[in-house]
Design a protein around this ligand. Structure first.
Ligand code: BEZ
Length: 350
């Protein structure tokens, strides 16, 4: 898992250049102290910027998305619990590059923390695919409880041989199916459709088993792909449908809630190891509270978000798992055979 020395140096250099350019682009005003006030100016959000140690965190979603709000919550708690010694700079919306770039920056130490999709993590460590077992959890509150389990921790521990540590999971909405012209009510409607799926092997596998053609398009390119008809629809969550204005380019939203959607909170491991036991605990507790905030807030917003999309003219409807039973069984069998951590996870929560 560790990179060669030269590749590591190149990564460090690229990370440094991207970070420098983001810092220059953003007209950042720093505010706060131990009261955890934050301010967003330009493109980054700074919490307690005059603290002794200001950590840097990056993620891929816009500032209106739940993961950004969770990051702000994390920063506020860090500042408060450390009596103002810790602050946080947040670089949202993929401004430091793709998630793969972010992981390199975290490993090289040019960025301290990332909230990285489990989808991206599943391309690094297959065990993260366990979270994408279809219909494993009815709600994100159930998934949020599962994040405390030994099975979920064992998946985080697969990162031990890298230069980062996996600390926690944060949930935004579950996945659903958006489409432009064809109302999806089951697998029969999906053959012949080209659907955008996050480029993650387990997610692509599920859609292919349903008979759809898939395009693995990263989030920032999805709007134009739908607008220009490159895709007929997409796998998405409610939050991202609203925060990326996808209701402007698709008409139907099948609220399948077929997969949960965790971000993995990762940190540069040397930085974590260099903290005192007490400060490590502050980081762990702050993430834990940010994760609960994220799942609970997002759970309460479900109906409100559906209504909001209806108000934008979308046909928003619920589908349960009945039409997808055989594909669920297929997924469990195939992925359980790949990795015992996935098998343990599915066995514990199915
Ligand atoms: C996506 O790739 O679909 C996605 C990524 C981050 C947050 C929400 C959605």
């Amino acid at each position: 898992m560790r990179n060669s020395k030269s590749w590591y140096s190149i990564s460090c250099f690229i990370g440094f250049v991207l970070l420098l350019s983001a810092c220059n682009d953003a007209d950042t005003e720093v505010e706060g102290g131990s009261n955890g006030e934050s301010e967003t100016e330009g493109e980054e959000t700074v919490i307690a910027g005059d603290a002794e140690q200001v950590f840097r965190l990056t993620h891929t979603t816009p500032e209106s998305h739940m993961w950004h709000q969770a990051a702000v919550h994390f920063g506020d708690i860090l500042a408060e619990r450390s009596d103002g010694r810790f602050g946080l700079e947040i670089y949202p919306a993929g401004q430091l590059g793709t998630e793969a770039d972010m992981l390199q920056q975290i490993e090289s130490g040019s960025i301290d923390f990332g909230f990285i999709t489990a989808a991206e993590m599943s391309s690094r460590e297959e065990a993260f695919s366990a979270w994408f077992a279809p219909y494993l959890f009815d709600t994100i509150l159930e998934a949020n409880e599962a994040r405390e389990s030994n099975e979920a921790s064992a998946i985080l521990n697969t990162l031990d041989s890298s230069n980062m540590i996996g600390l926690d999971y944060l949930f935004a909405g579950q996945r659903m199916m958006l489409s432009r012209d064809v109302k999806i009510e089951g697998p029969d409607d999906m053959s012949g459709l080209t659907l955008r799926v996050t480029p993650s092997p387990p997610m692509l596998q599920f859609y292919n088993s349903l008979g759809a053609s898939t395009e693995g398009i990263p989030l920032p390119e999805v709007y134009s792909a739908a607008q220009t008809g490159v895709i007929d629809g997409m796998d998405m969550d409610l939050d991202a449908t609203i925060t990326n204005n996808f209701y402007e380019v698709v008409d139907y939203a099948a609220v399948t809630n077929h997969m949960v959607w965790p971000a993995v909170a990762v940190m540069n491991d040397a930085l974590f190891d260099g903290l005192s036991d007490e400060d490590q605990q502050i980081v762990i507790d702050a993430l834990d509270e940010a994760a609960d905030f994220s799942a609970e807030t997002r759970y309460e917003q479900e109906e409100e978000f559906k209504e909001q999309l209806r108000g934008e003219g979308m046909d928003v409807y619920d589908i349960d798992q009945t039409p997808f039973e055989s594909e669920i069984a297929e997924f469990d069998e195939e992925y359980s055979a790949i990795d015992s951590l996935i098998e343990d996870f599915i066995t514990a929560f199915r």
